[in-house]
Design a protein around this ligand. Sequence first.
Ligand SMILES: [Cu+2]
Length: 470
Amino acid sequence: MTSRRQFFQYAGLAGGAVAAGPVSRVALAALPEPVIQTSAQTMAPLVPGNGRPYNPVVTLNGWTLPWRMNQGVKEFHLVAEPVVREMAPGFKAHLWGYNGQSPGPTIEVVEGDRIRVFVTNKLPEHHAVHWHGQRLPNGMDGVAGLTQPAIPSGKTFVYEFVARRPGTFMYHPHADEMTQMAMGMMGFWITHPKSRHPLIDDVQRDFCFLLNAFDIDPGSYTPKTMTMLDFNLWAWNSRIFPGIDSLNVRLNDKVRIRIGNLTMTNHPIHLHGHEFLVTGTDGGPTPKGTRWYEVTTDIGVGQMRQVEFMADEEGDWAFHCHKSHHTMNAMGHNVPTLIGVDHRGLSPKINKLIPDYMVMGERGMADMTEMEMPIPDNTAPMMTGEGPFGSVEMGGMFSVLKVRKDQKPGDYKDPGWFKHPEGTVAHEYTGPLAEPARFKSEGGQSMPRAQKAAVTTEVQVRKPTSHGGH
Ligand SMILES: [Cu+2]
């Protein structure tokens, strides 16, 4: 457990965290006042002002919902409503969410807590909230039509249960689910252990975020909700790179990252420079004998994974989904590969017909970040993000783990770019360059084809310096 002094250090961070204050007897008879978040920044951890103590999490580009205690019950108030979410600087989306943001606020409770969640529906259609992964009375499971009537527009329903097992959970709609999730409705739920747990270690940093996906045409604001698989924006907590905050830790901190997948495909999440253990799933903490070190863990649809590692290598370490099209933002899909095609002379001709025509992908796609390519308003560039050495050429599900010796304990602030020690950065080799030695026979077949008249196909390789050389 974190000491009280550490709590104050967390609380001293910039952010909009609201501490729970005393509530009058009259007010307790009414609904808890909903807390609305207007910012898409990562908020400081919400230090528990009452109830059992715990070490709070940090929600990437998100926040934790304040509660009030009412005769021993933790009361929360979620408001389902249309929101405007800044997905990246310069790009806002019209989404549906909870309490002003998509995703909704993280709910943090302690094992054994009695919970009461008021859900007010301000959507134009009915709603219901499913508490994904929880042990609870069947009638509290939040499946519209099956375990409860849907919450009509304008009405408030109450959910009540005991947080029976510690772990990493989510909440999401279970009424017109495809539309409401495609619009960004979801949130994180963490149940902290009530005392020392043999399978849950103390950590110095505890992060969480949800994987979500949208289909928003460049230049527009509202997701296409009928999309089944072909989403074009891959997000962490409804943010896309370079809009995702970095994960800032102190050298030799033990770090936990909790991730839930509410997209319609799997995401192999990959961390550079460190090995991690999967210490928890949707079912709770994993037995120690089942843990092994990895640098990538695949998170299936509807699953949660909790990974832990020692941040013992200083630097700026990439942290991203390993599907390379998930680290790009919206783009045209039906573009043929043009690598190696010589376009010279073609552009001027086409430009006579279409003034803004631009050759795309002749040398690869990296040009897409460098060119001052005209894009519609309210659109995130396809590949972007200025690093200390140039463009990172990323988008979507990408962020950076920043490990620093001089980061203060409990300080989640961005320390800026890593200052590499002299002589530790890859650099140009300027010595003599020998022709590469090649095998006499390149390739070959262990089971050759029958000797028929073989037709030799001429394959030409164009190298960057060989324009016109063949
Ligand atoms: Cu992915």
